[in-house]
Design a binder for this molecule. Sequence first.
Ligand SMILES: [Zn+2]
Length: 185
Amino acid sequence: MKATDFNMQQSLQFMPQQGLLKLGDSRVIVMGTEAMGALYQELFNVGDLIATQVVMRRFGEANGRERARMVKAAMQPDDQMEWLSFGPTLHAWEGLGLPKLAALEHDAATKKFRLLVEFKGSYLAEQYMRVMGAANEPVCWQLAGYIAGYCSEIFGMDMHCRETKCVAKGDPHCEFDTRPRGEWL
Ligand SMILES: [Zn+2]
């Protein structure tokens, strides 16, 4: 299947008699976004900024890797680029926000990779501002982790994604820059 043909209304399997909702073979849940705001607040209460960033980023990365495997198994994309295209498509259908691919460079031979995504309406920025107020730096760590995990799974490289703009700190949209981890060091 092509990402442009994906329709979540047709792909979700509702099984309320068993208390299940599935996308492909993956069990998914519908959860209110305010719970994520509460999670941000709790993490800040029990930890600190760095600990919160690490937990949210790793949570997102596990989510991104799992979603990439689900897409490969259930949607059978033709190639890596089609597989990659399902990432923003899923984000939009899941209501996380509206991503737009702003730049992509990939050379398998030299292992060069760079993905720039502009992301409008991040629910994480919205929830962060609801519970914490305006931020001084980007706060959508779970989305950054998701993008890194999703790309790492597709390209078999250890990717790191940095959020370079964020609505929570007053930018018009969030922006995510993904490269092989070694390039950031
Ligand atoms: Zn953001």
